[in-house]
Design a protein around this ligand. Structure first.
Ligand SMILES: [Zn+2]
Length: 289
């Protein structure tokens, strides 16, 4: 059953999913994603499974298992393994996006307990929306594109740039995008996918080095909406969509959380203790050895 409420004053969409109150906070015993576990009885390299506690109905929610090794990490997967994962993300974007009842495929990851990950095994998620959610819609309409010439550039290589965004509410925020416009994962050729994987791991390594350990992060992919060509005319900026990935962390120092506080929630304006250009310089200096 689908129960979506819309704030009558702000237009904010709220999916009411009472069933998720009953899901286990943490698996009681063994890891469900390890080989032989509840969700992965057989050996695998990369595996996509339905979300057992889907926040939306109609098979719109999937879990992507990055590796069978419980201690594997996205930052250090072997290049061939990472290429398989990126191909899998593209395949699921294509398969879900081909459905008539899917307008937007969101690939994302919560990594670390402090951002709500309930299982440590390396994994991400995929949501297939029947509409284009507000934030990606606004970025599209604004004509988002990378800004690799700025003093917020972290690294540019193999046709990909990583930058610190101009005004993030998070104390650590990074955007990764191809220097030449590509609309979505599906449109990347094999060499572009390698370049993407390379810069993604480069950036994750820098985050780890500035904190001395893996920090909790949230990551999501901004892709072109997937509705049919005719309906895409309704989406401002559709034909200029520029694939990009955002990675943010709530840590402002190792194990020091920055909480978004009342004045910020009240106003949707933010007071951030980090100068974006300084963060970019710190991340530039944290280059791989
Ligand atoms: Zn596991």
């Amino acid at each position: 059953m689908r129960d979506v409420r819309v704030d009558p004053w702000l237009g904010t969409m709220v999916h009411v999913v009472a069933s998720r109150q009953h899901r286990p906070n943490l698996p009681a015993t063994s890891c469900p994603f390890c080989v032989g576990g509840l969700e992965a009885p057989d050996p695998y390299t990369v595996k996509v499974i339905p979300n057992r506690w889907p926040p939306m109905p109609d098979e719109r929610c999937e879990v992507a298992l990055y590796a069978s090794d419980h201690r594997a990490r996205l930052a250090t997967l072997e290049p061939d393994h990472l290429a398989t994962l990126i191909d899998t993300w593209a395949l699921r974007t294509d398969a879900l996006g081909s459905r008539n009842d899917v307008d937007y495929v969101l690939i994302f990851e919560n990594s670390g307990r402090e951002v709500g990950a309930t299982i440590d095994h390396p994994h991400g998620q995929i949501y297939a929306f029947d509409h284009v959610p507000d934030r990606p819609r606004r970025r599209l309409a604004a004509g988002w594109k990378p800004d690799p010439t700025s003093d917020r550039l972290i690294v540019e290589r193999n046709g990909w740039a990583a930058t610190v965004p101009a005004a993030s509410p998070y104390p650590l925020a990074i955007e990764i995008a191809p220097v030449e416009r590509v609309a979505d994962l599906v449109s990347l050729d094999a060499s572009q996918r390698r370049g993407f994987g390379d810069v993604l791991q480069d950036v994750l390594g820098r985050i780890e080095r500035i904190h001395g350990e893996p920090a909790p992060t949230m990551m999501w992919f901004n892709q072109r909406p997937t509705m049919s060509n005719q309906r895409s005319q309704e989406i401002d900026g559709y034909s200029d969509a520029w694939f990009n990935v955002e990675i943010v962390s709530p840590w402002r120092a190792p194990h020091v959380m920055r909480y978004i506080a009342a004045a910020e929630v009240a106003t949707n304006e933010f007071f951030i203790p980090v100068v974006p250009e300084d963060l970019a310089a710190t991340l530039r200096d944290a280059a791989p050895a």
